[in-house]
Design a binder for this molecule. Structure first.
Ligand code: GLN
Ligand code: ZN
Length: 774
């Protein structure tokens, strides 16, 4: 029995990669120094994995920016717009690479970056490969081989990890019509084969091909493409041990395909799908020599492994196929875990009790090794003590009042259908709200945040450090809020917001005030490039002790006669952007959060707020990888939102907001949220998104964003007017709101003011042209 790993975090436990990259980009340090830092990170990772007892250690899991970009680069898949850089001897190869990652605007060169999108259902973003009809591939970069050699230098024979040819093609996009990218496979395979040959010449024993698309719905043709690929590889390299890595879901419909592959090892994600082991063992189709790599340690979350549960699975596999054909591993690359729990020494953030329940990447390596030792009956003196400790911790978790709050559980149990329904249907509410709010046609509003300037951020930092006291901090924020209200009044906006200056982050702000949440100091996970996130940890039953936002919203409302919109983050988004407990279903945790938000909504109403927005930008990203599982998710997710929104009177208008809203395929579910008003991102696609409203009659009110807040550009009034007109073709004008795409926190005041003034004038122009028509 062996241990293996699928990938290790590349960011460095103290974010060394980020610092080094940003220094290089800003010209503060040389390329040489960047490359030295990254070499150190790789070496440390390899040596650490060896020290922790991993037998088969990955290489090529490092990346300067993104592993899919690395592969595009390696395979010479470089779009033409970068040729001016590629062919210019003044640019280093890395600069071409960074231009593809981030775009390049300097002197006469102005190229955009590759498009970025989410890596399956994670919060990691990759750069999308671009393909043309006559796409060619060739070995442009030697990273895979270089890293293999580099590890040999420190005495480690690694397992290079490479995204498979089919998954590489599927992860990309056709940039012209008239072909499907899967048909490029024939051209692509020889290039992979050249690289594999080079590795084989260097003595490589294992290669891991990541085949994550096996966790999605594949067509017959795509399944065959996978079969052909490994048939070819195994013919050409009969002695190579090929590992197929599938993760984030089970093989599902693709199981037969997977079992038929002529490969050495199949990796299975037993955290997401423990039942899959039975399917495989009982299928009778596991080939006699195929090994199973049992992904029992959760690579996506921060909880300590439950050894008893894992050992049961491992034993089952041993009984069926024998120890020699088994590997123990994390469920996926540890890229999605923070680095090292040992760094968490500040018990103010993370109490001792909660800390003992956690394992980050480094600790997960230890878990993999202990599990092997226990299953293999090795090193028993130590491993049995660890097993005993582990059992005790999990027993304690079942009953401790730190996690379990009977009141919260009762409340969830007592919920009835009525709790997720407003008092009356929208058609009734709409009339009542029109009278209560008395807003003009095309009401204007914003999404919530106003610029988080350097000053605002410095006040928060100083307050945290204690160099300004609570009172002073409060005064500064009040002043900022007041000025923001004044500006909105002057600009003539109809529904105002307080600006969210008191918030660091839309999830953390609420997590910090709710029971059941903990925070880390160094629990960073890569989101993309040099951007990392530090998700809160939901470890226990969630409840709200005190109002969280009422003070700021009422203060802001007291400064104006216009309606002020209270601003909350919704239950699904809080769930989606946190590390979520694994001892109960996600839907149950979402329901608990929903109840806490519901209480806040009711308190805002009591405080006199007539409009309350519950942001849910993350609803879509929670969708399971396979379509057949969507309905179950949408049912509980939409319900959680409705529970949070349904405690108020008909008069109170509930808004929600979503960005990146590619929701053509879930529009009926979005409508089912029954928010009185939804604001969505629309302007980047020139309202293309609205096509969906041509087919689907959206019942409630809607604000398709009329300008892109992701760029400093101030849009012209005419552009906005034409977007509004476009929208009114699909959506009756009585249902239309005018607003930007998203919150304004990343923008500067100057452009924000200009843009919003233009927006208000655009709305006025539309009102006038309507009244002329009437
Ligand atoms: N209310 C939030 C803001 O304006 C919404 C942010 C988001 O959609 N991601 O900042
Ligand atoms: Zn948004």
């Amino acid at each position: 029995m062996k241990t293996t790993n699928l990938g290790y975090p590349r960011i460095g436990s103290k974010r060394e990669l980020k610092k080094s990259l940003e220094n290089y980009w800003s010209g503060k340090s040389s390329l040489g120094s960047l490359l030295l830092t990254t070499k150190n990170i790789r070496q440390q990772n390899w040596l650490l994995q060896k020290e922790k007892g991993i037998d088969i250690i990955p290489s090529n899991d490092f990346s300067l920016y993104d592993q899919v970009l690395d592969l595009s680069f390696t395979l010479g898949c470089i779009p033409e717009r970068y040729f001016a850089i590629k062919n210019n001897p003044n640019f280093a190869k890395q600069d071409l690479y960074f231009a593809m990652a981030r775009g390049h605007q300097k002197n006469t060169i102005d190229v955009t970056a590759l498009e970025m999108t989410k890596w399956f259902d994670t919060n990691y973003h990759y750069l999308v490969p671009e393909f043309t009809k006559n796409q060619t591939f060739f070995v442009y970069d030697s990273k895979i081989v270089d890293e293999y050699k580099e590890a040999l230098e420190v005495g480690i024979k690694t397992k290079p990890v490479i995204l498979s040819p089919v998954s590489f093609l599927l992860s990309g996009k056709e940039k012209e019509d008239g072909f499907h990218r899967i048909n490029l496979l024939e051209k692509l395979l020889p290039v992979y084969e050249t690289i594999i040959q080079e590795l084989v010449n260097l003595g490589v024993e294992y290669i891991q091909f990541d085949e994550p698309f096996l966790a999605t719905n594949l067509s017959k043709k795509e399944q065959e493409a996978i079969q052909n690929t490994y048939q070819r590889f195994s013919n050409i390299f009969p002695n190579l041990k090929i590992v197929i890595a599938n993760y984030f879901d089970c093989y599902g419909d693709n199981l037969e395909t997977a079992l038929s592959l002529p490969v050495h090892t199949l990796q299975i994600d037993l955290v997401r799908c423990p039942l899959q082991l039975d399917d495989i063992l009982q299928s009778g189709k596991l080939q006699e020599k195929t090994h199973l790599s049992l992904g029992v340690v959760d690579g996506r979350n921060i909880w300590k492994n439950n050894f008893d549960t894992s050992l049961n699975l491992i034993q089952k596999a041993i009984d069926a196929i024998g120890k020699e054909r088994i590997l123990i591993s994390p469920s996926c690359s540890l890229l999605h875990s923070p680095c090292d729990l040992d760094l968490e020494t500040n018990s103010k953030n993370l109490s001792k009790e909660v800390k003992q329940w956690l394992a980050f990447a480094k600790q997960k390596l230890e878990e993999v090794t202990i599990l092997k030792q226990l299953a293999n009956q090795e090193n028993l003196e130590i491993s049995l003590v660890k097993l005993h400790e582990n059992t005790k911790i999990h027993e304690f978790k079942k009953t401790t009042s730190l996690i379990h709050n009977p009141n919260v559980k009762e409340r969830v149990k007592a919920l009835t259908e009525k709790d997720s329904q407003r008092k009356n249907p929208f058609s009734v509410r709409q009339k009542i709200q029109k009278t209560a709010l008395n807003l003009p046609l095309f009401p204007t509003t914003t999404i919530g945040s106003f610029p988080q300037t350097k000053e605002v951020r410095s006040w928060r930092a100083k307050h945290k450090k204690g160099s300004i006291d609570a009172k002073e901090y409060q005064n500064l924020l009040e002043k900022e809020t007041k000025e923001t209200i004044q500006f909105q009044e002057e600009a003539g906006l109809d529904v105002l917001v307080h600006g969210e200056f008191e918030r660091n982050d839309m999830v953390e702000y609420f997590g910090e005030q709710l029971n059941g949440f903990a925070f880390t100091q160094f629990g960073w996970v890569q989101s993309y490039g040099s951007r990392y996130v530090k998700p809160p940890i939901i470890y226990g039953d969630v409840s709200r002790e005190n109002p969280m936002t009422v003070k700021w919203s009422s203060y802001a409302q007291s400064l104006t006669k216009k309606p002020l919109k209270g601003m909350l983050t919704g239950p699904v988004t809080i769930l989606q952007w946190s590390f979520v407990r694994n001892d109960q279903t996600r839907s149950k945790t979402a329901t608990q959060i929903a109840l806490a938000i519901r209480d806040e909504v009711v308190d805002l109403e009591k405080a006199g707020l007539q409009i309350i927005q519950i942001d849910e930008p993350a609803i879509r990203e929670g969708l399971p990888l396979r379509k057949e599982d969507w309905k179950t998710y949408l049912n509980w997710a939409i319900k959680a939102f409705r529970i949070s929104a349904s405690g108020v009177k008909n008069e109170t208008q509930i808004h929600t907001h979503m960005c990146y809203s590619e929701f053509n395929d879930i529009i009926a579910d979005i409508a089912d949220m029954d928010a009185d008003v939804i604001t969505i991102e629309c302007s980047r696609s020139q309202m293309e998104l609205l096509d969906v409203f041509a087919a689907f009659k959206y019942p409630n009110e809607i604000g398709p964003g009329v300008y892109d807040i992701h760029s400093p550009r101030v849009p012209e009034r005419e552009e906005m007017v034409s977007l509004i007109k476009k929208a009114s073709k699909y959506i009756p004008v009585e249902q239309l709101w005018i607003n930007p795409d998203c919150g304004l926190k990343t923008r500067h005041w100057e452009e924000t003011k200009k843009a919003l003034i233009e927006m208000v004038t655009a709305a006025q122009e539309c009102r006038e042209s309507i009244s002329v028509l009437a």
